[in-house]
Design a protein around this ligand. Sequence first.
Ligand SMILES: [Zn+2]
Length: 198
Amino acid sequence: MALLDNGSALVPVMDVTLDDLNILEVGSLIQIAGAIWSGNGKVYLAPLPDEDLNGDLRLLKMDAAQWERFLNQTDVLDIRGPGKAILRKSQRLIDQHMAWAVFERDGYRCRYCGIKAPLTVDHIIPWSQNGATVAENLLSSCRRDNKLRGDMEYAEWLDSPDYRRVSAALLPTQQYLNRNVIEKLDELRKIVAKPRSR
Ligand SMILES: [Zn+2]
């Protein structure tokens, strides 16, 4: 049992393991509980002040392999104040299948410039805005254009000088398809990443 620095006990209500969880069903906000800091032959456990570690608390036990999986499936996106970070869940285990389905749908070409370059998938509603990693929210994009767009809103990207430049050679029908996506944005915002079946 760990003691928080305000003296209250951190009591696990029920122990769970990573295998009990579907990582996509758990929220994206993590609270970093503290740090283990070592040096000069000593190890210091430095818990952060308790903010809202109350309510339905679970102790999540992870072995080395589970930590590896956890870290592989998440990336810290943003730091939100002391001890808080936003995780994104990369669904790496299914990324390749989904990516290839998206590439196939898009004719193995970048949707923004039309070239057949090594492709990436670009989130229409950006990942950082909780855009789901589902085919409907993904477009094939070459690395250059994916990087050019960055976290720009989709509509803003289509109006940007960069998009106008890279998309100059697209057929009108392709330009239309890209514009048409703007009408689907509200629907796409409602999509929540579906839990992966185990
Ligand atoms: Zn491109």
